[in-house]
Design a protein around this ligand. Structure first.
Ligand code: MN
Ligand code: MN
Length: 472
């Protein structure tokens, strides 16, 4: 075989995935930087699901979206949103085609792993005051000690008054911390398996050390802390029982790497896809052919249950309300709909090659990562998109010039993960997973590549802009 013939045959027959930087032109790179600057602001504004939902609503209103109320008459081009209890948001840009032709949907989640306060959190031990925490989502506990933490959330008083708590974000404000053992006394701890070295009951937030009152009194530091909280927020200890207070890393999003090609932040999972889906929807210049819907859900990290999770009927209710105005049955809408389940995937990490199967991993800078299935132990818990759906997205992304890759999450027997895909697919909506590859996922500080963030945004936009899905 001639050398030229070999080359030709190779190009014709073999996969030619390229590093995105070998594809993206100068204009694309500028647009990527611009997009990522907006994403970093979004991250800093939304460190909890409530804050993230509020920021999404703010951006939506800026883009001309208005609150939806049941019975509202909508026409093509109208833009509406529904806020689900302040913790999830659903947005729709009404399309030209009737809703019985289906919707084009992107679903992402805006909750991230963190440390929630227990219902009776405040205590004093050895003249130090602490909050007890109960971690939320799959964290590696050893990563959450000895880092500066901020506290966010709400306290609802008995009369229903909502008090917003925010400590540790701004320059000059105090931070909270969870202490760890010094190496000098860590010999026994060092011998424990990583998962057991830092027990959940030691994840206690250090709040203060200065007592009030006379030295004959007890509980002086706890009282001093409660006094500060009362002065600042008007709350008493019992009010903490009806509160949602979340400790999150007190870090801001920043560029990572000497070349600034990466972004480090808390909560990329899954605000990186949430922002891509939201921004793509808000940036639609023309009325979409089919109604474009974006859902930013809560509770994914603990199984998508609950009123604000992706399994909640809130989503069906919203779409049914839109359908009812057109006399379209919800089931007809769902069976013709397409959903991109927009959640992060694991990026191949050369520091830990043992858990990855290199031929089937997402790689940084190779674009938005499609996942035909997630799950663990033989695809358990995966919706496993059909080949037709994958083919549709391939074609769509190629036509729109979206840089994409397809992967799994780790070696077959190494573990696995889930997303909201199955909850959409269970509704009879054809669904495919797609998202940004992440390094150190679920850590207090996760890393993603700017190029992949931008390509995910382009992919979401392509879904919303599609004229039709499959052959309908
Ligand atoms: Mn996720
Ligand atoms: Mn996650």
């Amino acid at each position: 075989m001639e050398k030229s013939e070999f080359k030709e045959l190779k190009e014709q027959l073999l996969s030619t995935k390229k590093n995105g930087y070998d594809i993206l032109d100068a204009a694309g790179r500028a647009a990527m930087e611009d997009y990522c600057a907006g994403y970093k602001r979004f991250l800093d504004a939304g460190k909890t699901e409530r804050l993230c939902a509020a920021e999404a609503v703010r951006l939506a209103e800026e883009a001309g979206y208005r609150p939806y109320s049941r019975g509202m008459l909508l026409k093509a081009g109208d833009k509406v949103y529904v806020r689900n209890r302040g913790k999830a948001v659903m947005l729709a840009h009404i399309g030209e085609k009737p809703l019985d032709q289906g919707i084009q949907l992107a679903a992402a989640h805006i909750d991230s792993p963190r440390l929630d306060l227990k219902p009776n959190p405040l205590y004093e031990d050895s003249e130090l005051a602490y909050f007890k925490t109960h971690y939320y989502g799959g964290i590696r506990k050893y990563q959450w000690v000895t880092i500066p933490l901020a506290l966010h959330g709400v306290v609802i008083l008995k009369d229903g008054t909502k008090v917003t708590v925010r400590v540790g974000e701004e320059e000059g404000e105090p931070r909270l911390v969870i202490t760890d053992l010094l190496p000098h006394l860590g010999a026994a701890q060092n011998k424990k398996p990583l998962a057991e070295a830092v027990p959940g009951e030691t994840l206690n937030l250090l709040l203060g050390s200065e007592p009030v009152g006379g030295e004959e009194e007890s509980g002086r530091v706890k009282l001093a802390v409660m006094k500060l909280l009362h002065e600042k927020y008007g709350i008493v200890e019992d009010d903490l029982s009806s509160a949602e207070l979340e400790a999150v890393p007190a870090v801001k999003a920043c560029d990572i790497g000497l070349d600034r090609s990466l972004i480090g932040a808390y909560g990329h999972d899954d605000r990186v896809c949430a922002y891509a889906a939201l921004r793509a929807l808000l940036d639609l210049e023309e009325t979409p052919a089919k109604t474009a819907v974006c859902i930013l859900a809560d509770k994914e990290e603990i199984g998508s249950d609950g009123v604000t999770g992706m399994q909640s009927a809130a989503f069906d209710t919203f779409i049914e309300d839109l359908c009812a105005a057109q006399g379209a049955p919800l089931r007809a809408c769902f069976e013709k709909s397409f959903c991109l389940s927009a959640d992060v995937t694991a990026a191949y990490d050369p520091n830990f090659p043992d858990v990855f199967e290199k031929r089937n991993e997402s790689q940084l800078n190779y674009g938005v990562g499609l996942c035909k299935y997630t799950g663990a132990r033989g695809k358990s818990g995966a919706s496993d998109a059909d080949a037709e759906t994958v083919a549709y997205v391939r074609r769509l992304f190629d036509q729109a010039g979206v840089i994409w890759q397809i992967s799994e999450l780790g070696k077959v027997d190494a573990g696995g993960g889930g997303t909201v895909a199955m909850y959409m697919a269970n509704r009879n909506i054809a669904t495919l997973d797609a998202g940004v590859p992440v390094l150190s996922m679920h850590a207090p500080f996760e890393t993603v590549a700017k190029l992949d963030c931008y390509e995910t945004y382009k992919g979401m936009k392509a879904v919303f802009q599609a004229r039709s899905w499959r052959e309908d």
